[in-house]
Design a protein around this ligand. Structure first.
Ligand code: ZN
Length: 239
C-alpha cells in the first residue's frame, strides 16, 4: 500500500499534514512521487496552538528546499473539526497531564480521530481529484492507538471506496519503521537540508514547548512525544 506505481505517479495526492516530524516526512515522500501534492490539516481544538502555527512555515520551507517539489506543491486545506475537542476527553484537547488510562491507552488518545481525519481527507480528496491520501500512521511506536494500525488503514481504504464508489489509495510510508528510520527516510528524500528543516521548523511536543532547543529540535524534552523523537534522533545520528 505504500509504493506508488508508475501509473499513479502522474496523479494527485493529498497529505494529512500537521506540521510535525512525521507528516513533514510524509509530505516529502509524496512530493518525491506524485505530480501534484496538496495538504490538509485539522483544527480540532488542540490545547496547544503551536502545532497549527507551524504548518505554513514548514510548508514554505519544504517548498523553498527543492524547485521540483515547489512545482508540485499545491493548495493547503484546513478543516475545522473543533467538534472533536468538544465531544472528546483527551489530554490533547483538555488541560490534563499525559497518563495511562485503565484501558491501557494513554489519555492523549482521541477516540475516532484518524477515522474522522481520513474521512474528511477523502471528502476533500474526492472534490480535488486526489485519489492518493498519505498519512503518518505508524504501528511501530503507535502507543497502542488502534487507529494507527495497518489493519485499520486497510479497512478504512475499503470503507471509503465502498462508501464513495471511488478508488482511493491510502499510503502510510511510516507504518513499519521506527523513529530512527523516519529520520533516515527524511535524509534519503531531502538530504541534510530536510533533516535540518525538521529539527528547526517542525513541532511534535505534546506540551507545545518551543522554548527549549535540543539537537533534535524544540520541545519540553520529557513528554512521550519528545522522548520518542529524541531517542530516534540519537539512534539515527549514531547509525
Ligand atoms: Zn514534549
Amino acid at each position: 500500500m505504500t509504493d506508488a506505481s508508475d501509473r499513479s505517479s502522474g496523479e494527485k495526492a493529498l497529505v494529512l499534514f500537521s506540521g510535525g516530524q512525521d507528516s513533514t516526512t510524509c509530505l516529502a515522500w509524496a512530493l518525491d512521487r506524485f505530480a501534484e501534492v496538496e495538504t490538509i490539516g485539522f483544527d480540532y481544538g488542540q490545547r496547544h496552538r503551536v502545532e497549527m502555527s507551524c504548518r505554513l512555515p514548514v510548508r514554505e520551507a519544504v517548498r523553498a528546499m527543492n524547485p521540483a517539489w515547489a512545482a508540485r506543491l499545491g493548495e493547503d486545506h484546513v478543516v475545522d473539526l473543533s467538534v472533536l475537542g468538544a465531544i472528546s476527553e483527551s489530554a490533547l484537547t483538555r488541560d490534563t497531564e499525559i497518563a495511562m488510562t485503565a484501558s491501557g491507552l494513554p489519555n492523549s488518545f482521541v477516540p475516532g480521530r484518524n477515522l474522522a481525519f481520513l474521512t474528511f481527507a477523502a471528502m476533500v480528496g474526492y472534490r480535488r481529484g486526489a485519489r492518493h491520501i498519505i498519512g503518518g500512521m505508524c504501528e511501530t511506536d503507535f502507543s497502542g492507538y488502534p487507529d494507527c494500525r495497518h489493519e485499520f488503514v486497510q479497512s478504512m481504504q475499503q470503507t471509503l471506496n465502498i462508501g464513495m464508489a471511488h478508488d482511493f489509495e491510502l499510503h502510510t510510508p511510516l507504518m513499519w519503521i521506527d523513529k530512527a528510520e523516519s529520520w533516515a527516510l527524511a535524509q534519503s528524500l531531502g538530504g541534510d537540508a530536510l533533516v535540518r528543516l525538521i529539527v528547526e521548523e517542525t513541532h511534535t511536543c505534546y506540551h507545545g514547548d518551543r522554548t527549549h532547543r535540543h539537537d533534535w529540535g524544540y520541545g519540553c524534552g520529557t513528554c512521550p512525544s519528545c522522548a520518542l523523537r529524541a531517542q530516534g534522533y540519537q539512534r539515527f545520528i549514531a547509525a
